[in-house]
Design a protein around this ligand. Structure first.
Ligand code: FE2
Length: 247
């Protein structure tokens, strides 16, 4: 049984369409989606329509939470743009999404950042100087304590990674469908740069013998179009990230 895991689409409808086509071409029917669906200066409304039209298990990311809890004046510019682009149906859908979720039949746990927070990095950590690196084993294990499922899914850092815990459980970040690089000021100024404009997601293959294969897919799509849409919406910073995978 194969399950596709997508995350951090960030309003990038062209990237999402390419990833959904790639999933469909493999005959995969089940999709788990880890949040930050719409916030981005590309095409938030079309992204929402694509997600709402399909049978996808979705949870809420920090930007999804901001869109339904903050007044537009209190939002960062990207969320404010996104808020203005959405209609009541889209907000109603966002309000249905939980921050975490179990998919019991598939043996999956879904969260955006960590099981406890949609803002904290799980598999990555930062130095005081803002260098992004893999988190240490003790920290990764601690955050997985008490969640008794074979596969734990997280997102938020946009960096594809699989970590095997000491008891054999897997923690998987599928990377980002729609935002391959960004800069952030919290908790210290840092950059995440995958170095490629490709759309990232993962395929989990639960085999009959009990083993689990994991594949990371890096899908080529019309990133030039996505960058042009961001540019047209007044975001040359996003345009560069989308065009190159670098900030
Ligand atoms: Fe996030």
């Amino acid at each position: 049984m194969k399950i596709a895991v997508i995350a951090d689409i960030h309003g990038n409808a062209p990237a999402l369409e390419a990833v959904l086509a790639d999933i469909d071409s493999q005959g995969i029917r089940e999709i788990a989606n880890l949040g930050d669906h719409l916030s981005g200066p590309i095409d938030p409304a079309r992204t929402a329509d694509l997600l709402m039209a399909r049978n996808i298990v979705s949870i809420r990311g920090n930007h999804d939470r901001a869109l339904i809890t903050l007044a537009p004046d209190a939002m960062i510019a990207t969320d404010r743009f996104t808020h203005a682009a959405l209609d009541d149906r889209h907000f109603a859908w966002l309000r249905t999404l939980a921050p975490t979720r179990h998919m019991n039949e598939q043996g999956l746990f879904l969260c955006h950042g960590t099981p406890e927070s949609d803002l904290v990095y799980w598999l990555e950590d930062l130095t005081a100087a803002g260098v992004v690196h893999r988190a240490d084993a003790a920290r990764i294990e601690r955050l997985a304590a008490g969640i008794d499922v074979p596969v734990l899914l997280c997102a938020h850092t946009h960096i594809p990674r699989l970590v095997t815990l000491s008891d054999g459980r897997l923690v998987i970040n599928p990377g980002s469908v729609g935002c391959p690089a960004y800069a952030d000021d919290e908790p210290v100024a840092h950059k995440v740069e995958t170095g490629t404009p490709r759309a990232s997601y993962a395929v989990i293959d639960k085999r009959a013998d009990g083993s689990t294969d994991v594949a990371f897919r890096l899908v080529a799509y019309d990133h030039v179009l996505a960058a042009r849409l961001a540019e047209g919406n007044g975001r040359p910073d996003w345009a560069r990230a989308l065009a190159t995978g670098w900030v």
